[in-house]
Every structure is written in C-alpha cells, then in structure tokens.
Design a protein around this ligand. Sequence first.
Ligand code: ADP
Length: 473
Amino acid sequence: MKNILFVSGEGLPFIKSGGLADVIGSLPAALTKRGEGAAVVLPMYKRIIEKFPELKEECTFRVHSGVIDKQCVLYSTKIDEVIYYFIRQDDYFYRDGLYGYADDGERFIFFCHAALDMLPHIKFKPDVIHTNDWHTGMIPIMCKQEYTDPEYKKYKHVYTIHNLLFQGNFPKETMRCLNLSDHYWNNGDIKFDNGISFMKAGIIYADKVTTVSQTYAREILTSEYGERMEKVLANKGDNLLGIVNGIDIDNWNPSTDKALYKNYSINDIRNKKACKRSLQYQLGLRVADDVMLIGIVTRLTWQKGMHLILDKLTNIMNQDVQLVILGSGDNYIENELKKIESTYPHRAVFYCGYNEELSHRIYAGCDLFLMPSLFEPCGISQLISMRYGTIPLVRETGGLKDTVQPFNEYDGTGTGFSFRYFRGDEMMHVLAYAIKVYYYNKAGWRKLIRQAMSVDVSWDNSAREYSQLYESM
Ligand code: ADP
C-alpha cells in the first residue's frame, strides 16, 4: 500500500469550479477504503477561509522560487481517513475567483513550490505525488530538476489530465518565477509557442500520465482532440493511460438525497414521478406526468455542445417535450437561452447560475438528460443522471462513449442513447428515437431506467485501477 499526495487547484467539499473538484473530493477517500494513505493539498482561497474557519494552523514557511519570495501558512484538517492541507498566501489566493487572473502563472508556480516545500513540515510521507490539470503541472519538473534533497528523488509522479483544453500557457517572462534555467525552455520541455506551458511540463516530467477515460486517452493522440499536445502525449507511449471517473454515490443517492421532494430507489421508483411534478411546479412548467422532461446541467460552453442545442432549439421544442437548462458561462449562450421562457411559456426554462440543490432536483425529476458534448474527457453528469434513472442522451466521445451504452430495442440492453458525429441532425435523429421509445415503448423505457440505475458508477473500480497504477510504479 502506498501514500498518495494529491495536489490540486480545487477539491470538494472545500471548493469547486468543475468536475476536477468532484474527483479530488472522492478518489482519495475511495483509496483509503482500499487501505492506501491519502492526503490532498489545495490553495486556501478566500471562500475556503470564510466557509471553513475551523481549519487548524500547522506552521509557517517561506517559499523562494525565482523572483518569488513569500511567506505562507499551512493549515490542515482531516475528513475520515483523508488529510487535507491548505496553503494560505493571501496576496495570491484571497480573491473572489479561483483562476482567470493575469498573474495565474506566478500564483500557481508559487502553489506548486509551496506544496513541495511543505513536505518536510508534515507527518504524511508520500510515495506518489498525484498532480492534476495545468495548475499543478510544474511539480514533477520542479521536484526532479530543482530539489537536491534525496527525499525528493524518491517520489513517483502521476499527472492526470482532466481537460486538455486548459493548458496553463503563459508568456516566457513567467520563467522568472521558476528556479529553472533557460535550458528547460531551450530544449523545448516547457516551451510552448513562445511561452511556457504547465501542462506540457506535467506530461513530460510525470512518470505516468493518466486521463479520465480510455476513449479520451486515445482521442488526445489525434490532432482533432490533441489541442496541439498530441505529439508530446504520443511520446509517453504506454505511460499514458485512461481511467474513467466514478461519482460519490453517498452524495448522489436518490434514496437519501435531501434536496429531493421525495426519495426513491431502483426497487421502487414511483416517487421519481413526484420529483418530476415538484420540479415542474417549482420551475413554472406545466405539471404533467406524461410529457417528456429533458434536463441539461452544464457549464455553458461550446465544449458541451451548446451550439447544437441552440441550432436545434426550435426543432427540439417542436416535439412533445419540456426542457430545463441549468447553467452559466458564455455570455452569448446565456443571452440566447434567456429568451426560451417567453418563446415557450410553461414548456422551457433556463436557470442562469450555479445551483447545487436545483441540479439534484433536475437529475431526479427529468426523464432524459441531454449532453451532446463536442469533447468530454469523462463527464460526471451522465453518471449522475443514470444513478437517478434519468436516461442520458450523449455524443459518443471520451467518457460519454465509455460509460453510456446505447439502447438496443431488439434485445432491450442499454443505459441511454448516443450519436456519433457532432451534427445537429444526428442529435435530432436520436432524440426523435428516444422520444418514440418514451411514448410508445413504455416497457422498454422502464427497462432503460432500471438498467441505468444498476450501472456501478461508484469509485470502486476506478480506485482499484489507480491502486494498481501506484503499485506498478
Ligand atoms: P466539467 O468538469 O467539464 O464542467 P463534468 O460533467 O465533469 O463537467 O462535471 C460537471 C459537474 O458540475 C457536475 O457535477 C454538474 O452537475 C455540475 N454543474 C455544472 N454546472 C452546474 C450548475 N450551473 N449548477 C450546479 N451544478 C453544476
């Protein structure tokens, strides 16, 4: 058994901006259930300071990295068997948001350095340092090329790509924050275009690179999905692999979920109808059992296939369906969606914003969950919707392809619906088929619900694969 230190820019239950936080919130705990040791280190953002005043102060230390010379305070807490560490440096992290600031390069070089500098100060002794996404991509190169203490040579490095689109590419001047010579820029290891890339450094210097589904692991080797990192990734050979995410099945459990109007389970799903009626009522939709209610919960970006939805909105609403969309993001998409309520009164609603509770009610109350992503490293929403018996309709990409089995009306197998090419007419074709099954093959639909709810979406299988990976290193 190994001790794994996760380093991440976000993680539940402390701070979340996307699916990365869900993974950091559940994988470490799943590993401890298998007997591994796990700890997590996060930046201590303003929101964490305000919401978690009980965190314990551990010690203070100084971080020197290039031109950076700053003091920070280490905090900690423990939840079940997982230890959480927080790096507090208010100049960098006492801000309203997590990322998207002009000095992000400097902020996260600081964080990477601090996460390594904290190691002599803590009791947890990692065997493996598991870094995630661009924010922590500099850790393997720092650890291997900068630190001379032999302890630092012992650590093995796993780097997980949760989304290759966000690479942490910064101007070359950001080098001044690193304790690395120009050699690493000149030899191309951290150079990307004319600047530096956190993600490229993570890929090259980690011992193993993982991503969050097998299909995405293959897709990112192509120019279509590789975001110009495909050659760097191809050089990893067998050291690049895909392990699909799970979800926290205690948090996402329709039989205990407190956000729901009524609870239900695979053994008795009658209350799912009550959840649907209460959701329709809450949102001002016509309250009716017998109309297909379609849900979408997402960041509003092109990645999530929102242009297909906007393109085909009229066609979708020409069907006998209701639609609820919960999301925020791109201004153009938000503005377009704001029109749907007046165009389709009592049939379509857009809730603009982030709302955890409403998301639970949508996963439970809808019949169909629409997720036509352009690309999807893993995707969590389709896993949640299956657990809640809400049938996903997805595009066959990344984790969506690996986790949703298309319905086969001849042998009755499947857990959802899917289409292959990223085209509106393909999506509409499959949607029309799903609608037909919903209205005219009620036994088939009930079977789909049961099969979707029976899928093992827990972390058990994935945690086993990560354990095997750590053991193999
Ligand atoms: P990504 O990380 O690319 O945004 P994932 O499907 O991996 O996509 O994870 C998204 C997570 O964020 C899901 O748990 C989803 O329910 C949640 N989510 C996204 N948008 C919202 C929102 N507006 N309100 C509540 N939850 C949201």
